[in-house]
Each structure stands twice: as C-alpha cells, then as structure tokens.
Design a protein around this ligand. Structure first.
Ligand code: HEC
Length: 147
C-alpha cells in the first residue's frame, strides 16, 4: 500500500509518490541518510555555538539555520515501501505508525523554520529555546523510529 497515496493528497504529493515508487529501496535509503547527514553537519555546528563551544557568529548561524530548515523538507520522500530492511536504521514502526512519523517530520519542518526566524534576531535568548525545540524533535523521532 502506497502511504503517500493513502494520505489522499492530490497534486504535489501524488507526483512525489510516483517518483518514489519508481526508485530502488537502497537509493531511497541513501537519499534520506544523506539528507539527515547534511542536516546533522549544520545542526552540530550550530549546537557548538549555542553551547558556547564555538564563537557565536550570527551570520553563519543564520545561514546554517536556513539550510537546516530547507533540508528538513527533504527526507520524507525517501521513506518508501520496502525500504525498512537492509542497510538502514529506519524501523518498520514507521510504516506501522505512519501518522505519528509524519507528524514528527512536519514538526521538524515547523520548528526548524521557527529556529531560522529566531536566528535572524541574533539574540541568543531567543535562539536557545528554539534550538532546544528542534533538538527535542530529532531525539523524539529517533527514540521511536530509528534503531
Ligand atoms: C520524524 C523522524 C525524524 C526526525 C524529526 C529526525 N530524524 Fe534523523 N533519522 C530518522 C530516521 C528514521 C533515520 C534512519 C534513516 C535510515 O537509516 O534509513 C534517521 C537518521 C539520522 C542520521 C543518520 C544518517 C545516516 O547516515 O545513517 C542522522 C545523523 C540524523 N538522523 C540526524 C537528525 C537530526 C540532526 C535531526 C533534527 C535536526 C533529525 N535527524 C530529525 C528520523 C528522524
């Protein structure tokens, strides 16, 4: 059963699901792992600044926050049927509890956008809590859906 189609959304998502169905599971796994790795690259550097382990550079932080916000929209397309075994840490629970998983992804998109906005203030008092919310979203999903 195609979960994207099951969501009943027309247009864009239907097109995305058609693309997704045409790909090999191992390509989808590489794709989503790549997007997460790129996200972690930037988020890690941002974390060092938030924790004071690296000098805070407002412009660089903001640039990375924008990148993370854009990247957060990408992995979803890589979670296709048949891609929960093999060289992956994604758990079959994703398919079994799709709504919750999708909710977690949507939350990531929202909270990384909020972080990118907070980053523009250049004010750590605003950035810190927004960063924390994103971190909780990463961890919350990994606890449930990543081996
Ligand atoms: C809604 C769920 C969800 C959210 C939110 C999420 N992840 Fe993940 N993440 C996953 C799953 C599932 C995998 C396993 C992918 C695989 O191995 O196929 C993963 C894998 C990863 C990996 C390993 C990639 C690799 O090369 O194997 C990293 C790093 C990572 N996530 C970082 C993050 C960061 C940083 C955030 C927050 C900014 C985040 N993730 C948010 C579900 C999520």
């Amino acid at each position: 059963m195609n979960k994207f189609a099951a969501m009943g959304l027309a247009g864009l998502l239907t097109a995305a699901s058609t693309t997704a169905m045409a790909v090999k599971p191992e390509d989808a796994i590489n794709y989503r792992q790549g997007t997460f790795s790129a996200m972690a690259w930037h988020f890690g550097t941002m974390g060092a600044m938030v924790k004071g382990k690296a000098d805070y550079d407002a412009e660089d932080f903001s640039r990375r926050a924008e990148i993370v916000a854009q990247l957060s929209k990408l992995p979803m397309e890589g979670f296709v049927p048949g891609s929960y075994e093999g060289d992956t840490d994604a758990l079959p629970a994703i398919e079994e509890d799709w709504d919750k998983f999708e909710g977690g992804m949507n939350m990531l998109v929202e909270r990384t956008a909020a972080l990118a906005e907070a980053a523009q203030s250049g004010d750590m008092a605003q950035i810190k809590p927004a960063f924390g919310e994103v971190g909780k979203t990463c961890k919350g999903c990994h606890d449930n859906f990543k081996d």
